[in-house]
Design a binder for this molecule. Structure first.
Ligand code: PMP
Length: 398
């Protein structure tokens, strides 16, 4: 009898499980569209030039690695604030945003969730139906009851916006609503700016707490454009949360660079909130790691490197869009009868293809084309070499 005799085997992470299956697949044509990672046209994970330049400058002037402050690198936090709320914007200049460096976007969500559990212990959390699969687990583990708001309409191939609004209108005051700021994962369908106005109005009227998950800023329409939703919440006079991830936008997945920003009523309130966020961090992992945050701060803080980053991010965004069009054209050329043009209406890294679980399983087992059982495919993993094969494979299963 061991202490762990009664410990049950936890279910495997669905996406990481797919990766293992992909790695073991001997099909020479195999394509991994399962995991949410951007690959370049050669199928390689990019190492951005702006990152290389920042790292070279750091190597040329090596520095010792002391502990960072609990809330992270000062220049990093201020760069995140400006990126999220706008350089020189009122929330930034007034000092009413509390921002902390976090271990990826996941870390930002978790710090926010743990802090919210202290502030609103009885609040319910609503996530979109469907959502990034970790949202539910993360907020459940932080002690919340998690439910969903309507989002995807499979028949319509788009957002069930009336349903979404109705869910939010029915939510009790104080309910925490997790919203995808842009590039909805997994569906690829975002709501329009006018629909955001309505969501903001309901959040305000109902007294809900918005938690904006911004994991793909710059992957949708542009850095400013994707951040525009934040401005709407600011303009409505709301207090809200924003988690930031640089995993995708800097291709720094493994460095775990992200952040959490909380917009407060005023500077004094922000300092109290920050002090509580620091307690959450201190009691979890004490302080964040140095390297990724230093790289991002160096790039965002240097006009030349920042321009290079914006150019490289723009290239990733444009390439994904081109792949969406190639996918639509290629499916048609491969003989798929149904109109697949909805793929170009989707945005960001993912596409809900509308394929059934059976079709996704066939794609995987017969053709080595890996997507999730829900029909989600990572468009950012398509390239000029694998696109024809993917289109022909899909044509054979639909
Ligand atoms: N939120 C969403 C919607 C995501 O898609 C992801 C990454 N897949 C994250 C948060 C987490 O980002 P990170 O890898 O930086 O923790």
């Amino acid at each position: 009898m061991s202490l762990f005799t009664a410990v049950e085997m936890a279910p495997r992470d669905p996406i990481l499980g797919l990766n293992e299956q992909y790695a073991a697949d001997t099909n020479p044509n195999k394509v991994n569209l399962g995991v949410g990672v951007y690959f370049d046209d050669n199928g390689k994970l990019p190492l951005l030039q702006c990152v290389q330049a920042a790292e070279k400058a750091m190597m040329d002037k090596p520095s010792a690695r002391g502990y960072l402050p609990i809330d992270g690198i000062v220049a990093y936090d201020s760069a995140v604030k400006s990126l999220v709320f706008g350089e020189g914007s009122e929330p930034v200049t007034s000092g009413r945003v509390a921002t902390v460096q976090a271990i990826g976007g996941t870390g930002g969500l978790k710090i926010g969730a743990d802090f919210l559990k202290k502030v609103s212990p009885d609040a319910k959390v609503l996530i979109s139906d469907p959502s990034w699969e970790n949202h539910r687990a993360l907020f459940t583990n932080a002690g919340f009851v998690v439910d969903t708001y309507a989002y995807y309409d499979a028949a319509k191939r788009g957002v069930n916006f009336e349903g979404m609004l109705a869910s939010l209108k029915a939510a009790a005051p104080g309910t925490i609503v997790v919203l995808h700021a842009c590039c909805h994962n997994p569906t690829g369908y975002d709501i329009t700016p006018e629909q955001w106005d309505q969501v903001v109005a309901v959040v305000k009227a109902q007294g809900l707490t918005a938690f904006l998950d911004m994991a793909y800023q710059g992957f949708g329409h542009g850095i400013q454009e994707d951040g525009a939703v934040i401005q709407k919440f600011v303009a409505a006079g709301l207090n809200f949360f924003v988690s930031t991830s640089f995993s995708k936008s800097f291709s720094l997945y493994g460095e775990r660079v992200g952040g959490l920003s909380v917009l407060c009523a005023d500077k004094e309130e922000a300092s109290r909130v920050l002090s509580q966020l620091k307690i959450v961090i201190r009691t979890n992992y004490s302080n964040p790691p140095t390297h990724g945050g230093a790289v991002v701060a160096a790039v965002l803080g240097n006009p030349e490197l920042r321009a290079l980053w914006e150019k490289e991010l723009g290239e990733m965004r444009v390439r994904i869009k081109a792949m969406r069009q190639k996918l639509v054209d290629g499916l048609k050329a491969a003989g798929v009868q149904q109109d697949m043009s909805f793929i170009t209406q989707q945005i960001g890294m993912f596409s809900y293809s509308g394929l059934s679980k059976d079709q996704m399983v066939r794609l995987r087992t017969e053709f080595g084309v890996y997507g999730t059982d829900t029909g989600r495919m990572c468009v950012a993993a398509l390239n000029s070499k694998n696109i024809d094969y993917v289109c022909q494979s899909i044509a054979k299963v639909v």
